[in-house]
Design a binder for this molecule. Structure first.
Ligand SMILES: NC(=O)c1ccc[n+]([C@@H]2O[C@H](COP(=O)([O-])OP(=O)(O)OC[C@H]3O[C@@H](n4cnc5c(N)ncnc54)[C@H](O)[C@@H]3O)[C@@H](O)[C@H]2O)c1
Length: 256
């Protein structure tokens, strides 16, 4: 196996139709992984899978709303009928701008359903099979907003702190059964997700400048820069890494 290679590994990635998930899918395919991509966005999911296939990758796309637990169980059963899963990447997530006073209970429930329940649903669906095999690897996309508070992002921070808690709990409880579980905590990354947040501001141009300035490096990350960290965590080179919240924030939190 090549260095940081993923040859032969079966890997499921959620939210793979855009942004960081798409970058992870392309990176992992280049490393030799066999991919199952899931997303609610069927059109873009098929577009990403089609492009990977044309480049010679082994990939299938399935439509899945990760907030729907029975459907997660059904997809997990179908995936495991075809063979064991080596790595689960819980990447899909949604955001919302606002302080506590500007956040409705429904906003919190909406973010919790995808960001927390979604990852929980798939961990729960795949963990028994991984434990039975004595090995499994879970990578969750949290955020720098799961490590330090981010202004104006109450619901998002609540949900992402929970993702860090979910990650560390799984890592601790199941380490001796051969399971690793880590999360990645990016600062701002140039994706459709950030474009959607910017539209929520009255002055998107100023908001963008401010978003870039929060990183000490003075720019947002490219999705490919996050995918490289995911590749490391998915590879056997990271065999001793579990329970970590891998911060990749261009120095945002260095002074906090
Ligand atoms: N972009 C950033 O600045 C940033 C920073 C830190 C963390 N993150 C996290 O990284 C992850 C990916 O972010 P991104 O910027 O690529 O987002 P994105 O909005 O560009 O892409 C997210 C993908 O998830 C899919 N999705 C949304 N809800 C879903 C559901 N219920 N079931 C299945 N798929 C669903 C969307 O259709 C989309 O394809 C998220 O968890 C996000 O919170 C992003």
């Amino acid at each position: 196996m090549s260095r940081f290679g993923l040859e032969g590994k079966r890997i499921l990635i959620t939210g793979a139709a855009a942004g960081i998930g798409e970058a992870i899918a392309r990176n992992f395919s280049e490393a030799g992984a066999r991919l199952i991509l899931v997303d609610i966005d069927e059109e873009n999911g098929n577009r990403v899978a089609g492009a990977i296939e044309r480049d010679g990758g082994l990939v299938q796309f399935r439509r899945l709303d990760i907030g729907d637990e029975p459907k997660c169980r059904r997809v997990a059963a179908a995936v495991q009928d075809q063979g064991p899963l080596d790595v689960l990447v819980n990447n899909a997530g949604i955001g919302c701008v606002g302080t506590l006073l500007e956040t409705e209970g429904d906003d919190l429930d909406r973010l919790y359903r995808v960001n927390v329940r979604g990852a929980f649903n798939l961990c729960k669906a795949f963990l028994p099979g991984m434990i039975e095999r004595g090995r499994g690897n879970i990578i969750n996309l949290a955020s720098i907003g799961g490590v330090v508070a981010v202004r104006d992002r109450l619901a998002y921070c609540v949900s992402k702190f929970a993702v860090v808690g979910l990650t560390k709990s799984i890592a601790l409880d199941h380490a001796r059964q051969g399971i690793r579980c880590n999360c990645i905590c990016p600062g701002r990354v140039e994706t459709p997700f950030v474009a959607a947040r910017l539209k929520e501001y009255a002055d998107p141009v100023t908001a963008r400048r401010e978003m870039e300035a929060t990183q000490a490096l003075g720019r947002m990350a490219r999705p490919e820069e996050i995918a490289c960290a995911a590749r490391y965590l998915a590879s056997d080179e990271s065999a001793f890494v579990t329970g970590t919240d891998f911060v990749i924030d261009g120095g945002w939190s260095a002074g906090k």
